[in-house]
Design a protein around this ligand. Structure first.
Ligand SMILES: [Fe+2]
Ligand SMILES: [Fe+2]
Length: 187
């Protein structure tokens, strides 16, 4: 179905979030061209990934329950972790997108092991779109056009460093992703 069915959800987001989502979508299309991905799916993943990002903690928990999303102890403590799975549930419910798009949106916050190419691209695009501001951003962005795997690894390591500086524990999906890429098992 046409993604326009989700436009009311998109239009409810703040201008700041809409701008971010559109920049991620643009970057996804650019990455898709270089890496041979479906540009329509790439754009949709970028456009839709944060559709549920501005729900309240309570709303996220309610929507996750309604969607049948497993709410683990991490998500119970930090319901913001559910905003990807809830957004992909909305797309799925309207028959918008495909399994690659849902996986990408599901894992865009934490990354994860064994991710498909579109999901790696979204994790990277979300992290290094031009509105982001951190020292390694441009390097990782540049690298994403030559190797998604290398950019994925670099961004995971960057994120891990950021979390540890703040005394925060990384999500198990992120740890599993780090383990995978540092073992060199990322084909
Ligand atoms: Fe997000
Ligand atoms: Fe985002």
């Amino acid at each position: 179905m046409n993604p326009d069915i989700l436009l009311p959800r998109f239009n409810r987001l703040s201008a700041h979030r809409q701008g971010h989502s559109l920049r991620v979508a643009d970057l996804m299309v650019d990455l898709a061209k270089v890496h041979g991905l479906d540009p329509v799916a790439a754009h949709l993943a970028g456009w839709g990934h944060d559709l549920a990002r501005e729900l309240s903690r309570a709303e996220l928990l309610v929507e996750a329950e309604r969607c049948g999303i497993a709410i683990d102890i991490w998500a119970r403590q930090e319901p913001v972790l559910l905003h990807g799975p809830v957004a992909s549930c909305w797309l799925h419910a309207h028959d918008v997108g495909d399994m690659d798009v849902y996986e990408a949106i599901d894992y865009h916050t934490t990354g994860g092991p064994n991710l498909g190419v579109l999901a790696k691209a979204l994790f990277i695009a979300d992290g290094v779109e031009p509105g982001r501001d951190f020292a390694a951003r441009e390097n990782i962005l540049r690298k994403a056009f030559s190797s998604l795997d290398e950019a994925f690894r670099d961004l995971l390591e960057e994120t891990l460093g950021y979390l540890s500086q703040r005394g925060l524990t990384p999500h198990p999906n992120m740890m599993a992703a780090i383990e995978e890429v540092t073992q060199g098992g990322n084909a």
